[in-house]
Design a protein around this ligand. Structure first.
Ligand SMILES: NC(=O)c1ccc[n+]([C@@H]2O[C@H](COP(=O)([O-])OP(=O)(O)OC[C@H]3O[C@@H](n4cnc5c(N)ncnc54)[C@H](OP(=O)(O)O)[C@@H]3O)[C@@H](O)[C@H]2O)c1
Length: 299
């Protein structure tokens, strides 16, 4: 397939570019603030540039992991959140429809309130914060207005990424610098390795599937346990992690606590394994060692 990845400079976008190339597809990537050589600059809200890029690349599928991703920032800037998470991506989905491309949108477990997780695709969404509300608004509009669409809800994604922002990278940085790090004890999720999410996305598009899928890891655990597991796999003492209840973090956006996504539907339809946190972290460590060795040898 020919693919266009909007937001290829981010974690999921980077993994998508790798998965597409590994599976023999042709991919064009875009960035917004973090330039990457060979990728095109694109803001999701710039319709004319998006249209030009779609015409130039003639994609079969547009993957759109782009948008604001920090829940507290969305709470602070609801107008920008709605524009970047809902309106901009929806417009790109509509352009795709006009030119014959399917659209893959990345949503979140934050569409749920975290009272009774883990959730399946049929459970009733009830977002607690602006980020979740914007994701849900986008989901509903995509389902109503597009023909070939995939909505992939995911949760706590981790992996190697150019900008090293994700939770596992934060834990590793704190471990290496000896900085104390507060981590919540009451947020339950089933984290997914970015490479598994990316391969699943490409596999679903290859099969020309349409629909809503929960794509997450196979094992649920709370964030503090996840931090401890990161330390165990990467060989650090977890003593620098400070366990705290979410209420003490005083975050602007309310968090769904007992969350997590049930993944039976994705597991039944995918060959890509959705690894649990231990296997995913081990794979990430291996990938990191390969990268470091390649760098050392100057290849
Ligand atoms: N990471 C998670 O734990 C998680 C959990 C649930 C759902 N999701 C969803 O999965 C998707 C991917 O997440 P991620 O972790 O890969 O996010 P990320 O690393 O923050 O990447 C976001 C990407 O979007 C681009 N972007 C931001 N604003 C844009 C705009 N106005 N126009 C065009 N591009 C824009 C960024 O470009 P620059 O960096 O170049 O500015 C970056 O490439 C997101 O939709 C997120 O909401 C993620």
């Amino acid at each position: 397939m020919r693919a266009l990845v909007i937001g290829a400079s981010g974690m999921v976008g980077g993994a998508l570019m790798r998965a597409l190339s590994q599976r023999g597809h042709e991919a064009t990537g875009t960035y917004r603030n973090y330039p990457i050589e060979g990728y095109s600059l694109l803001d999701v809200n710039d319709g004319p540039s998006a249209e030009r890029l779609i015409l130039q690349t003639n994609p079969d599928w547009i993957f759109c992991p782009a948008g604001m991703t920090r829940a507290d920032l969305c709470e602070e800037k609801p107008y920008e959140a709605r524009r970047d998470i809902f309106e901009g991506p929806l417009n790109i989905g509509r352009l795709g429809k006009r030119f014959g491309a399917g659209f893959v949108f990345y949503s979140s477990s934050y569409v749920f309130d975290g009272q009774e997780g883990p959730y399946c695709e049929e459970d009733q969404p009830k977002p607690l914060n602006v980020y979740g509300q914007c994701k849900l608004a986008a989901e509903l509009a995509i389902q109503a207005q597009l023909d070939r669409w995939l909505i992939l809800r995911t949760i706590v994604v981790y992996g190697l990424e150019a900008q090293s922002k994700n939770f596992v990278c934060q834990v590793l940085r704190a471990a290496q610098s000896g900085t104390r790090m507060p981590v919540t004890i009451d947020q339950i999720s089933n984290p997914i390795y970015s490479e598994d999410l990316a391969s699943s996305s490409v596999e679903l598009a290859e099969q020309n599937k349409i629909g809503l899928y929960h794509v997450a890891g196979a094992v649920s655990l709370d964030r503090f346990n996840f931090g401890q597991l990161v330390c165990e796999v990467f060989g650090y003492s977890p003593a620098f992690l400070d366990p705290l209840p979410t209420s003490q973090l005083l975050q602007l956006a309310s968090r769904p606590l007992h969350s997590g996504l049930r993944i039976e539907k994705a597991q039944a339809e995918l060959k890509t394994p959705l690894r649990g946190a231990l296997a995913g972290l081990q794979a990430m460590k291996e990938e990191m060692l390969v990268k470091e060795s390649v760098k050392r040898r100057g290849i």
